[in-house]
Design a protein around this ligand. Structure first.
Ligand SMILES: [Zn+2]
Length: 136
């Protein structure tokens, strides 16, 4: 997938809009108070381009290095999750993956692997260890 980078025009407008302050949101929901320093910020995609976010001003945010690093790690998780969901939706499977106990049911028409052959004969009734039996 080709990356869509912000044009210089959009970058300039985003930087102007930020007015010298990081546009990142902290986990508290407040805006990051970092002053932007030359070479210490990034014009970031709010919605990552890997998730279809367009390279337009409304999808741009100017982030300090700390906010950008945090955002990038978060984006990575979102992108990986989106890929897993897309794979599941399109039936893309790892040919070497083993079914996980208690995990998703196996696709139909594919028998579960067993460590041993399934029992075909029924077992004799269990005897209790504690029952008193007269010797025969
Ligand atoms: Zn920040």
């Amino acid at each position: 997938m080709a990356r869509t980078n912000f044009s210089k025009k959009v970058q300039r407008e985003a930087i102007k809009r930020a007015a010298g302050q990081c546009e990142g949101l902290l986990s508290t929901g407040e805006r990051c108070s970092c002053r932007l320093q030359v070479g210490r910020f990034e014009v970031d995609h709010v919605v990552p381009d890997a998730l279809g976010g367009p390279a337009v001003l409304s999808n741009a945010q100017v982030l300090c290095t700390d906010c950008h690093d945090r955002k990038t790690a978060n984006d990575r998780r979102r992108i990986d999750k989106a890929r897993r969901q897309s794979d599941a939706h399109h039936g893309v499977r790892d040919p070497h993956a083993r079914p996980i106990a208690g995990g998703q049911p196996l696709p139909p028409g594919r028998p579960a692997r067993r460590a041993t052959a399934p029992l075909t004969k029924s077992l004799p009734p269990r005897r209790s260890l504690y029952s008193q039996r007269s010797p025969s």
